[in-house]
Design a protein around this ligand. Structure first.
Ligand code: C5P
Length: 233
Protein backbone atom coordinates (compact mmCIF):
# COMPACT_ATOMS: atom_id res chain seq x y z
CA UNK A 1 0.00 0.00 0.00
CA UNK A 2 1.54 3.27 -1.11
CA UNK A 3 1.93 6.10 1.39
CA UNK A 4 0.76 9.40 -0.05
CA UNK A 5 2.80 11.54 2.35
CA UNK A 6 6.48 11.92 1.57
CA UNK A 7 8.40 10.73 4.65
CA UNK A 8 10.35 13.74 5.94
CA UNK A 9 13.85 12.88 7.21
CA UNK A 10 14.21 14.84 10.47
CA UNK A 11 17.99 15.08 10.22
CA UNK A 12 18.42 17.73 12.91
CA UNK A 13 21.01 17.78 15.69
CA UNK A 14 18.73 18.90 18.52
CA UNK A 15 15.21 18.68 19.89
CA UNK A 16 14.91 22.47 19.64
CA UNK A 17 15.62 22.54 15.89
CA UNK A 18 13.26 19.64 15.30
CA UNK A 19 10.47 21.41 17.18
CA UNK A 20 11.09 24.66 15.29
CA UNK A 21 10.86 22.83 11.98
CA UNK A 22 7.63 21.02 12.91
CA UNK A 23 6.07 24.25 14.19
CA UNK A 24 6.14 25.58 10.61
CA UNK A 25 3.31 23.17 9.73
CA UNK A 26 -0.29 23.75 10.81
CA UNK A 27 -1.22 21.53 13.78
CA UNK A 28 -3.85 19.65 11.74
CA UNK A 29 -1.27 18.58 9.13
CA UNK A 30 -0.29 15.09 10.19
CA UNK A 31 3.12 14.17 8.80
CA UNK A 32 5.08 10.96 8.29
CA UNK A 33 8.58 11.58 9.60
CA UNK A 34 11.82 9.62 9.72
CA UNK A 35 13.78 9.68 12.97
CA UNK A 36 17.37 8.69 12.30
CA UNK A 37 20.30 7.89 14.54
CA UNK A 38 21.39 11.50 14.98
CA UNK A 39 18.26 12.87 16.57
CA UNK A 40 17.36 9.61 18.33
CA UNK A 41 20.73 9.36 20.06
CA UNK A 42 20.74 13.08 20.83
CA UNK A 43 17.29 13.16 22.41
CA UNK A 44 16.39 9.55 23.22
CA UNK A 45 13.00 7.79 23.07
CA UNK A 46 11.35 11.07 24.10
CA UNK A 47 11.59 12.29 20.52
CA UNK A 48 9.33 9.45 19.35
CA UNK A 49 6.83 10.01 22.16
CA UNK A 50 6.75 13.71 21.29
CA UNK A 51 6.10 13.09 17.59
CA UNK A 52 3.40 10.55 18.35
CA UNK A 53 1.74 12.97 20.79
CA UNK A 54 1.43 15.44 17.89
CA UNK A 55 -0.27 12.76 15.81
CA UNK A 56 2.55 12.18 13.34
CA UNK A 57 3.55 8.78 11.95
CA UNK A 58 7.12 7.74 12.74
CA UNK A 59 9.62 5.64 10.82
CA UNK A 60 12.43 4.94 13.28
CA UNK A 61 15.53 4.39 11.17
CA UNK A 62 18.02 2.76 13.56
CA UNK A 63 19.10 -0.17 11.34
CA UNK A 64 19.46 -2.78 14.08
CA UNK A 65 22.06 -5.51 13.55
CA UNK A 66 22.98 -7.82 16.45
CA UNK A 67 22.33 -11.35 17.69
CA UNK A 68 18.66 -12.40 17.34
CA UNK A 69 17.87 -12.29 21.05
CA UNK A 70 19.22 -8.77 21.51
CA UNK A 71 17.39 -7.49 18.45
CA UNK A 72 14.16 -9.10 19.63
CA UNK A 73 14.39 -7.41 23.05
CA UNK A 74 15.25 -4.05 21.50
CA UNK A 75 12.31 -4.32 19.12
CA UNK A 76 9.99 -5.06 22.01
CA UNK A 77 11.07 -1.76 23.59
CA UNK A 78 10.53 0.11 20.32
CA UNK A 79 7.06 -1.39 19.90
CA UNK A 80 6.07 0.21 23.22
CA UNK A 81 7.07 3.59 21.82
CA UNK A 82 4.38 3.23 19.17
CA UNK A 83 6.63 3.53 16.11
CA UNK A 84 4.82 2.96 12.81
CA UNK A 85 7.81 1.52 11.01
CA UNK A 86 11.38 0.57 11.86
CA UNK A 87 14.25 -1.38 10.33
CA UNK A 88 17.14 -3.83 10.61
CA UNK A 89 20.10 -4.79 8.45
CA UNK A 90 19.23 -7.83 6.34
CA UNK A 91 22.88 -8.88 6.74
CA UNK A 92 22.00 -9.88 10.32
CA UNK A 93 20.36 -12.99 8.85
CA UNK A 94 16.95 -14.59 8.55
CA UNK A 95 16.91 -15.70 12.20
CA UNK A 96 17.67 -12.17 13.34
CA UNK A 97 14.96 -10.72 11.10
CA UNK A 98 12.41 -13.26 12.39
CA UNK A 99 13.40 -12.39 15.96
CA UNK A 100 12.99 -8.69 15.16
CA UNK A 101 9.49 -9.34 13.85
CA UNK A 102 8.62 -11.33 16.96
CA UNK A 103 9.84 -8.57 19.24
CA UNK A 104 8.12 -5.78 17.34
CA UNK A 105 4.83 -7.56 16.82
CA UNK A 106 2.51 -7.07 13.87
CA UNK A 107 1.35 -3.51 14.55
CA UNK A 108 4.34 -1.71 13.08
CA UNK A 109 5.92 -2.24 9.68
CA UNK A 110 9.36 -3.79 9.65
CA UNK A 111 11.73 -3.34 6.73
CA UNK A 112 15.37 -4.18 6.06
CA UNK A 113 18.39 -2.43 4.61
CA UNK A 114 19.97 -4.58 1.91
CA UNK A 115 23.29 -3.12 0.76
CA UNK A 116 23.83 0.45 1.92
CA UNK A 117 23.87 2.82 -1.04
CA UNK A 118 27.28 4.00 0.19
CA UNK A 119 28.69 0.54 -0.61
CA UNK A 120 30.19 0.20 -4.07
CA UNK A 121 30.44 -3.11 -5.93
CA UNK A 122 34.22 -2.97 -5.52
CA UNK A 123 33.94 -2.51 -1.74
CA UNK A 124 31.42 -5.32 -1.54
CA UNK A 125 33.87 -7.63 -3.30
CA UNK A 126 37.02 -6.55 -1.47
CA UNK A 127 35.64 -6.01 1.99
CA UNK A 128 32.57 -8.24 2.31
CA UNK A 129 34.07 -10.91 0.04
CA UNK A 130 30.78 -11.19 -1.86
CA UNK A 131 31.54 -12.06 -5.47
CA UNK A 132 28.41 -11.17 -7.34
CA UNK A 133 27.01 -7.92 -8.72
CA UNK A 134 25.70 -5.34 -6.29
CA UNK A 135 22.26 -5.70 -7.89
CA UNK A 136 22.24 -9.48 -7.33
CA UNK A 137 23.28 -8.99 -3.74
CA UNK A 138 20.44 -6.49 -3.19
CA UNK A 139 17.94 -8.93 -4.74
CA UNK A 140 19.30 -11.79 -2.66
CA UNK A 141 18.87 -9.82 0.56
CA UNK A 142 15.39 -8.64 -0.50
CA UNK A 143 14.27 -12.25 -1.07
CA UNK A 144 15.66 -13.30 2.31
CA UNK A 145 13.85 -10.35 3.90
CA UNK A 146 10.56 -11.49 2.37
CA UNK A 147 11.27 -15.07 3.48
CA UNK A 148 11.78 -13.85 7.06
CA UNK A 149 8.29 -12.31 6.98
CA UNK A 150 9.30 -8.66 6.94
CA UNK A 151 7.28 -6.06 5.03
CA UNK A 152 9.86 -4.67 2.65
CA UNK A 153 13.22 -3.04 2.12
CA UNK A 154 14.95 0.30 1.87
CA UNK A 155 16.19 0.53 -1.69
CA UNK A 156 16.95 2.91 -4.50
CA UNK A 157 13.91 3.63 -6.67
CA UNK A 158 15.83 2.14 -9.59
CA UNK A 159 15.78 -1.26 -7.87
CA UNK A 160 12.11 -1.20 -6.86
CA UNK A 161 10.64 -2.87 -9.94
CA UNK A 162 13.06 -5.78 -9.93
CA UNK A 163 12.68 -6.30 -6.19
CA UNK A 164 8.90 -6.57 -6.54
CA UNK A 165 9.27 -9.02 -9.41
CA UNK A 166 11.52 -11.20 -7.26
CA UNK A 167 9.38 -10.97 -4.11
CA UNK A 168 5.73 -9.92 -4.36
CA UNK A 169 3.73 -6.86 -5.43
CA UNK A 170 2.94 -5.55 -1.95
CA UNK A 171 6.51 -5.89 -0.73
CA UNK A 172 7.36 -2.34 0.41
CA UNK A 173 10.07 -0.42 -1.42
CA UNK A 174 10.97 2.65 0.62
CA UNK A 175 13.25 4.90 -1.35
CA UNK A 176 15.50 7.81 -0.35
CA UNK A 177 17.57 9.73 -2.90
CA UNK A 178 14.58 11.78 -4.07
CA UNK A 179 15.09 15.18 -5.65
CA UNK A 180 12.49 17.35 -7.39
CA UNK A 181 13.69 18.66 -10.76
CA UNK A 182 16.21 21.47 -10.33
CA UNK A 183 16.89 20.75 -6.62
CA UNK A 184 20.38 20.52 -5.15
CA UNK A 185 21.53 16.90 -5.36
CA UNK A 186 24.06 17.40 -2.46
CA UNK A 187 25.83 14.11 -1.62
CA UNK A 188 23.24 11.83 -3.23
CA UNK A 189 24.67 10.14 -6.30
CA UNK A 190 21.74 8.58 -8.11
CA UNK A 191 18.57 10.56 -7.64
CA UNK A 192 15.06 10.34 -9.06
CA UNK A 193 12.21 12.85 -8.92
CA UNK A 194 9.04 12.13 -6.91
CA UNK A 195 7.11 11.57 -10.16
CA UNK A 196 9.70 9.11 -11.47
CA UNK A 197 9.72 7.30 -8.12
CA UNK A 198 5.98 6.75 -8.48
CA UNK A 199 6.33 5.56 -12.09
CA UNK A 200 9.01 3.02 -11.23
CA UNK A 201 7.36 1.54 -8.19
CA UNK A 202 8.33 3.19 -4.89
CA UNK A 203 5.78 2.80 -2.10
CA UNK A 204 7.26 5.36 0.30
CA UNK A 205 9.62 8.20 -0.59
CA UNK A 206 12.00 9.64 1.99
CA UNK A 207 12.91 13.28 1.50
CA UNK A 208 15.22 15.29 3.73
CA UNK A 209 17.07 18.41 2.67
CA UNK A 210 14.81 19.39 -0.28
CA UNK A 211 12.18 20.01 2.43
CA UNK A 212 14.15 20.76 5.62
CA UNK A 213 16.58 23.21 3.96
CA UNK A 214 14.06 24.83 1.61
CA UNK A 215 13.35 28.56 2.05
CA UNK A 216 9.70 27.59 2.58
CA UNK A 217 9.65 23.99 3.88
CA UNK A 218 5.84 23.75 3.97
CA UNK A 219 5.52 24.82 0.32
CA UNK A 220 8.36 22.47 -0.67
CA UNK A 221 6.64 19.59 1.15
CA UNK A 222 3.34 20.20 -0.63
CA UNK A 223 5.00 20.56 -4.03
CA UNK A 224 6.82 17.24 -3.55
CA UNK A 225 3.66 15.55 -2.27
CA UNK A 226 1.72 16.88 -5.25
CA UNK A 227 4.31 15.57 -7.71
CA UNK A 228 4.49 12.19 -5.92
CA UNK A 229 0.70 11.64 -5.97
CA UNK A 230 -0.30 13.54 -9.16
CA UNK A 231 -0.88 10.46 -11.33
CA UNK A 232 -2.38 8.18 -8.66
CA UNK A 233 -5.63 6.58 -9.69
O1 C5P B 1 18.48 15.00 2.63
P1 C5P B 1 18.18 13.75 1.86
O2 C5P B 1 16.88 13.79 1.11
O3 C5P B 1 19.34 13.28 1.02
O4 C5P B 1 17.98 12.68 3.03
C1 C5P B 1 17.72 11.34 2.77
C2 C5P B 1 17.60 10.58 4.06
O5 C5P B 1 17.55 9.21 3.75
C3 C5P B 1 18.77 10.76 5.03
O6 C5P B 1 18.26 10.65 6.35
C4 C5P B 1 19.67 9.60 4.70
O7 C5P B 1 20.45 9.18 5.79
C5 C5P B 1 18.65 8.52 4.34
N1 C5P B 1 19.13 7.46 3.49
C6 C5P B 1 19.66 7.67 2.23
N2 C5P B 1 20.07 6.62 1.47
C7 C5P B 1 19.95 5.37 1.93
C8 C5P B 1 19.41 5.13 3.18
C9 C5P B 1 19.00 6.21 3.94
O8 C5P B 1 19.75 8.81 1.79
N3 C5P B 1 20.30 4.38 1.16
Amino acid sequence: MRESRPVIALDFPSFQETKEFLALFPAEEKLYVKVGMEIYYAVGPEIVRYLKSLGHSVFLDLKLHDIPNTVKSAMKVLSHLGVDMTNVHAAGGVEMMKAAREGLGKEAKLIAVTQLTSTSEEQMRDFQNIHTSLKDSVIHYAKKTAEAGLDGVVCSAQEAQLIKQETYDDFICLTPGIRPAGADVADQKRVVSPGQAYQIGSDYIVVGRPITQAPDPVAAYHAIKEEWTRDWV
